[in-house]
Every structure is written in C-alpha cells, then in structure tokens.
Design a protein around this ligand. Sequence first.
Ligand code: ADP
Ligand code: MG
Length: 441
Amino acid sequence: MTKNEVQKTDPSRLFADLDLDPSILRAVEEQGYAEMTPIQQKGIPAIQEGKDLIGIAQTGTGKTAAFSLPIIHKIISDHQEYVGKTTRALILAPTRELAVQIAENVRKYAEYVSLRTTLVYGGASAKPQIKALSRGVDIVVATPGRLLDLFSDDYIWLGKVDYFVLDEADRMLDMGFIHDIRKIVAQLPKKRQTLLFSATMAKEVEKLAAGILKDPVRINIAPSATTAEKVSQTVLMVSKDNKRPLLQHLLKDQKMERVLVFTRTKHGANRLTRFLEKLNIDCSAIHGNKSQNTRQKALESFKNGDIRVLVATDVAARGIDVDNVTHVINYDVPNDADNYVHRIGRTARAGMTGISITFCDHDEMDYLKAIEKITKQSIPVSTEQPFHATHSSTANSGPAKSSIPKNQRSRSRHPASDRSNGENSNNKTTRRPNRHKRRAN
Ligand code: ADP
Ligand code: MG
C-alpha cells in the first residue's frame, strides 16, 4: 500500500495507528480487529494522555479493549519491580462471569508481552489467588467481595495501584456494592488514573463518579442508535394468560436457535423455566438468587449450545457477552426503557442482525410507549400469531398508534441519524470470528 492510499483511509479509526507497543498491536490484529469501536476511538487516546475517564456505552461496544489496551501499554512501558501482594492495575467487575470475561480478554491482548494477570473472585478457592498475589502482579481483575476479604486478611495491598477501572458501574450499584467500592477506593493511592464504565449514567453513578474521579473526560456512546440499526424488532399483542402458549408456539420454529428470554422477576424466570422444561425444551435460568456457579454453568451451556433457551432477569443478563443469540424475547415488557435497549442488545452482536420480539399485554402498553419514546421509533406490531389480542391503545397518542406494515424495519421510519451524537455504527465494528461457523467449516 502506498503512502497515499494509507492517507485516504481515516487513520484515527485504526488500531494500527495508535501509539501502542507492537506486541499489543499484534495480539489485537490476531483477534481480527482492525477498526476501533467508537468508545475505543475516543477512549484510548484520552487514557493514554493520563486522563480520568467516564465511558458510557452499552454492552458489546468494546469497552474491555478500550481500557485494557492502554493500561497494558503503560504497564509494560514503565515496568517496575514486582512487590509482593501488590498490583499496578485493579479492574473491578460486578460478577464472577464478567471478571472471568475481562481477564480472558486482557490475557489475549497481553499474549505477546510479559505481564502477570490475576483473577480474584468469590465462589472459588482463595488459595491460588493468594499464591498468585504473593509474588506481586500487574493486573488484578476482581469482584469487590473477595477482594475485600483478601485485603482484610492481608493478602493484598492496594497502595501501589496506578490504574483503577470500575467496569459496569451501574450494575455494581444495582447489586448493592456501593459500600464495598468505597472501602476499596479508600485504600487506593490518591495519585492514580481512574476509569469508570457504565451502560447508563444514572444519578447514583454520577454521584459515585464525582467522588472518585478527577476532572474526567466524558465519552457517551448513544445506545439506541445501535438498537435501531441492527435489531429487527416486533411487538406481539397478547393477553397475559396467553404468553406461555405464545412462547411455546414460537419455539416450534427451529430458526429460534439460541433464545434469550427476559422476565421482569426472578420468580417469573423460575416459573417460566419450569414450564419450558415440561415441554422438553432445553433451558435454564439466570438471576440474582442463583449461585455464581449455577449461573456460570447455565451461561456456559447456553454459549456452547447445550441449552436453547436461557431465561434471565435484567440484572443477571447485563454485560454478558454471548455470541449468536438469534432471538431476544421480552416475555415481559421492561418497565425501565433503558433495559429494553440492554435486552435487545444481546442479539445482533458482532455485526450480525438479530431479532427481538416483545410480548405486550394490555397492562404493559405504557411501558411500550415509554420505550418507543426513548428509542425514538415505532416498534411494528405483528398480528401474524395465533394469540393476537387487540389492546385498546387508540386513546393514546404517540408512535405506537400508527399502523406500521408488517416486518417493516423500524429504523426506516426513524433513521439512526436522529440520534444526538451521530454514533450510529458502533456495532458494525465489533465484528469478530463466528465460532459456530468456524466449527462447521
Ligand atoms: P463491552 O465491555 O462494551 O460489553 P466487550 O469489551 O466485551 O464489550 O466487547 C464485545 C465484543 O466485541 C468482544 O467479543 C470483543 O472481542 C469484540 N471487540 C471489541 N473490540 C472490537 C473491535 N475493535 N473490532 C472487533 N471486535 C471487537
Ligand atoms: Mg464490558
């Protein structure tokens, strides 16, 4: 490629143009990434400059690489002698699944550099974690509870942390980790770089951020653009009593290969799972009342195709990265419109298109309207199903009222360019190898 050709492409979008160690770039290239996602494009240079950062972007937008690549680079460029029981970077995640996922990614990106990464999480023996920490490490990926346990037993000292990452901050707060976080932050040196990532900028997150970040750069990647862009969405009007038979009916379609079903409550998730089990449909539930181990197992079976249906609550599913979810079914309409965006973001990952189907009972019409308002779209109603119910929504105004031709992509009515910041293609760049296709070849 000649120099001119290089200049024709937009250099700021490519990893190769970043000032990152060639060993890191090589690992990134081997992951199949060439272009950065928007959060990476904006975040990595800011982190390299040493700024604190608040990154707001939905799941699947590449936040892990956004913070881990510059941190890996900084640590190897400024290598220091290991001091027992200390770490230079601390990455906090709300759940064991996410901690495992982050550590896996960090290890991939650091494959060609010499770096010690350790996982610290509950529900597993602390012994190997303690042993690894005793020699001193570069990066600790931890859940708050176990980290504090190890801290109070004197197995880790946080006084040498230069880089602190709080991932999925909104979810941490949802899960009640605020006190743990504050205890941990109190042990960190004042002089450090802090990066906070969250899918939503709830007030509580803002409050937390105010206490632990200094003059942060803010990056906000609008989630709804992704939604409208990639996911083909429909609503099925159905009375509450007919939701089960409707789900049963839909699952007869073998194209529904890997289905994530959302319920509003843990009980709802359990009840629905029992119902599906009776129908001999391979399924499992994940929610906050299940042990980490059970959740991890369910997730693994879903990932590797042993179970076809995973029933989840919002909190349990957020942040989880599963390939090839073919359908998301909102068995209950989420009463928080942001959660709708999170839910349907579970399908159409890695640049593929996905399908989301929302079951809407008469009582849920207001929730649906709220969703259409925040995503600035009308979600088409499909009447081609045996349990169609006519809810009287005519008294209301708003987008749901209009009759939209079947199968019409909602984005054609409200193009993503309606979005405030024009970040309408962040999903396109999160392409990665399709494990299933690869296996089939
Ligand atoms: P988030 O933390 O925002 O939910 P992740 O960091 O888990 O997102 O990334 C989601 C997926 O996208 C991962 O499987 C990751 O390997 C992939 N990915 C990340 N960055 C890129 C990129 N620039 N190009 C292609 N795929 C990417
Ligand atoms: Mg993440």
